[in-house]
Design a binder for this molecule. Structure first.
Ligand code: HEC
Length: 131
């Protein structure tokens, strides 16, 4: 009887180990689905208006449609004040993330990269500073 108990404890330990390995590997799969890696080279810590946000807006033609008095949709993206206002209203992120309820931007162009979106997101989270 004592011997049997010893064996069944061992069996249970092996079973638990196997189960926890399965759980760990499932958890990892889910994490990658929920938070796709944005790449090792994506710097979301040292972001600034002049070094990060302006180049992204220029490289994606945002400014060609969103400058001056006749800016498309009444959204100007050619000055810090205007970009900060679009950020504060939630429209900037809504548009570039293609969220429901916002017009997907850039109009007629392909969606910004995950890294570019994360960098603009980070700049807004850091206070949308004129830096
Ligand atoms: C070819 C011209 C064009 C380009 C390029 C363009 N936009 Fe727009 N954008 C528009 C027009 C037109 C509207 C307003 C009409 C609409 O809402 O569909 C608009 C609307 C918006 C809005 C308001 C969205 C809302 O639903 O409130 C934001 C924010 C915006 N654009 C940001 C951007 C950003 C950021 C880029 C670059 C990644 C960009 N746009 C590129 C033409 C453009």
């Amino acid at each position: 009887m004592k011997l049997l108990k010893k064996h069944s404890n061992k069996f249970i330990s092996v079973l638990m180990l196997a189960l926890s390995l399965i759980l760990v590997s499932c958890a990892k799969d889910n994490e990658e689905d929920l938070y796709p890696p944005i790449g090792d080279n994506c710097n979301t810590e040292n972001v600034s208006y002049t070094q990060t946000v302006v180049p992204i807006l220029n490289n994606n033609n945002c400014v060609s449609c969103h400058a001056g008095a006749g800016a498309s949709g009444g959204i100007q993206l050619d000055s810090h004040n205007a970009v900060a206002a679009a950020a504060a209203s939630g429209r900037l992120l809504g548009a570039i993330k293609h969220e429901a309820g916002y017009s997907a931007m850039p109009q007629g162009g392909s969606k910004l990269s995950d890294c570019e979106i994360s960098q603009i997101d980070a700049w807004i989270a850091q206070g949308a500073l004129e830096n």
